[in-house]
Design a protein around this ligand. Sequence first.
Ligand code: TNX
Length: 593
Amino acid sequence: MSERIGPRISRRHALQAAAVATTALIAHAGPVAGAPPDAAAIKLIPAPRSAQSTGSNAPCIISSTSGVVANDPSLQSIADWLREQTASLASISLSGGTGTGRTIELEIDPDMSSDHPTSGVRADGEEPERELYALDISREGIRISARTDEGVFRGATSLLHLITDAAVDGEATLDACSIVDAPRFAWRGLSFDVVRTFHPVETVKRVIDLLALYKLNVLHLHLTDTEGWRFEVPEYPKLTDVSGKTASGDRPGGYYSQADYESILEHASARFVTIVPEFDSPGHTASIFRAYPELATEEILDTPESMHYLHPDIPGVWDLVGAVYDELARVHPGARIHVGGDEALAMDDDTFSAYMDTALPMARATGKGIVAWQEASRAGLSEGDLMQHWIPPHLVNRVRSAIEEPGESWLDRSFPDPDVREAFVRLFIEAPYDLLKALEGGADVIISRADRLYLDTSYPEPSSDPDQEEDHERVGLPTSVYGNGTVQDAYDWDPLTIEPYLPANRIAGIEGAIWCETIEDERDLMFQLLPRLPGVAEKGWSDLREWEDYKPRLALQRRIWDAMGVNYFASSVVWPNENSATAVASPAATPQE
Ligand code: TNX
């Protein structure tokens, strides 16, 4: 692609751009193959849709003499956030007013528009274009403008990265440039399992901080599962009194009180992250029966917990389901709730459909839209619903060849109970039709393909840090479960081509997932999230880039993670060994040193 898709910007921005006679293109809206060799000069993740260098001899110096000012009261909290983050990540304390040095101006510009379209669906129901922003850096100062406060926040995030990257001894020298940027997809999220391991409020907030840092805008909380229940429902106190105390194995349980939950929602909203809560049913519901065994039959309770399910004909089931949906809808300001629907292993098709035929309208009746795992499309999804697509073709093929294999296969060894085995086989054999069923029914699709986007897969590549050997061995599901998972594999794909029958205009967005069977605490969690999470963010935000262009930008991120004090896997694919890792990272010491 030789022609550049140029940004269409407001009159004032156009004048500013025209004033710079020697504008050089340094980043590109299309694949990097068509971009100039220095496209990676703007070291941002996610890569901006367009960026122009506006004179490399006229840098802007940011230091503690610089101030942050906002032209609209709605931007004050963003100005405060930027100052706080610049102090903690770059060790530069900006002043709250104009200061004596260069000023960072935050402004609402209602007329801004651009040629970088954002498609898909937002979790808060707002229009997809609201994250568009412009960031102008010149010798005279810095201006971030956008139509909305959220757009200004995304721009402030870009600036925070640039300052942190360049910070040396309390000063950051930034090259003059002009960025006009907006996401490719509206829904960019992470699904986070807080059941197998209960993660305290502070950990959830740190995950939200990381999402915001990479411009991800959805945190899907998987709040209920076989092992525990994390969300208070006043009419059913035993859900938390009993199942709030349990987790996987002998791990400590826990649940979020209403006050905890409010503070999580507040933290998320200040960072423009929407929480999408999941009540997973009809499978994954053994935690309900530990609290209210009268809602199951003797027959169901006699099966392994992984086979337990909510039966649509049992009296009382719908009172509970309705109460949970109503409470989720009441507490969450977002536009959607997640109804689960995955792996209802012991249900025959008719019972599953009968359950869904009542559950889905009941969830929609709360006034929220719904999201459901892909298996729900077997019962029928409709226009306005979102289907979360997770099963990759290689999993289906593995199951197919195991059935055809003479003698004992991995399936027989993994599922000695023939009923569980049969249910598991059926789940995967039918998976290839789910996408078409969802599209036919009118639902749009969130891409969550396990082989690219499940971040709890063990890293197949070694760590370049010998001290990580034990953690590397212990944490992460085997790659045979979800597929390959090197940091490069997780990056080398394109949302527009990953599913041949999925039209671009039916993609709501993309979502990574982190399940916590092997993750015991925040250290393990961060070890699995980083360094693959920024790749999820770039797939959702940026036009297609190549690994070679991404890798050096990713290598730089460890400076931020060190400043945040979070753990990460020292992938040998990104940092070939400790010495060369230091060589590609910023020459400056980390702000803490
Ligand atoms: C499948 S992915 C699940 C989760 C597990 C994960 C790993 C999906 C929708 N369901 O319940 O945690 O595999 O074992």
